[in-house]
Design a protein around this ligand. Sequence first.
Ligand code: COA
Length: 147
Amino acid sequence: MAVQLRQAVVTDLPAIYRGEERYIRCWKPEHESAWRNQLGRHLSRWVENFDRLTVALVSDQFAGYSLWTPEQDHAELCTIHVGPEYRRNGVGMVLLAAWAVDAAKAGFTRLQLSVRPDNPARTMYEKAGFQCIGSGAHGYLLYERRA
Ligand SMILES: CC(C)(COP(=O)(O)OP(=O)(O)OC[C@H]1O[C@@H](n2cnc3c(N)ncnc32)[C@H](O)[C@@H]1OP(=O)(O)O)[C@@H](O)C(=O)NCCC(=O)NCCS
């Protein structure tokens, strides 16, 4: 599947919203109403980090996105999502690779992310060379790799 990447534009926000909503419904349905109540905060974070919000297109269609933030000593993956109809075609790996390139360009040498222990996304991170370095808040696993 040929994947094209571009920086997000404001008209991507509804699709990003739907992707985040899908993730919450799938993995944290008990937190859906709290997530909705904090929508203003989520929206601010997406917009404040627009430079680091990347959209993946397949045949010119919105297929997924990722967002990372610069932290004190590493680049943190905040979210990565691929639409169900596009999964298992390498789109997630392309987004991860782009994050690594962008973070390195911004001067970061370490990439970090957190993932639920029961999320099969772990396999993708491990395939991309991330190593589990411990667990953090709410039992999430912390993964790290050099940029
Ligand atoms: C995680 C996610 C982004 C992966 O996107 P994707 O485009 O399907 O990933 P890729 O096709 O690049 O997968 C690369 C490799 O990761 C592994 N992988 C990805 N999804 C997997 C799954 N559901 N089960 C097992 N392995 C998986 C496989 O090894 C895969 O290679 P293969 O298909 O050749 O076997 C996507 O499933 C998704 O959006 N999930 C919902 C949101 C989410 O959970 N995000 C992560 C939060 S931490």
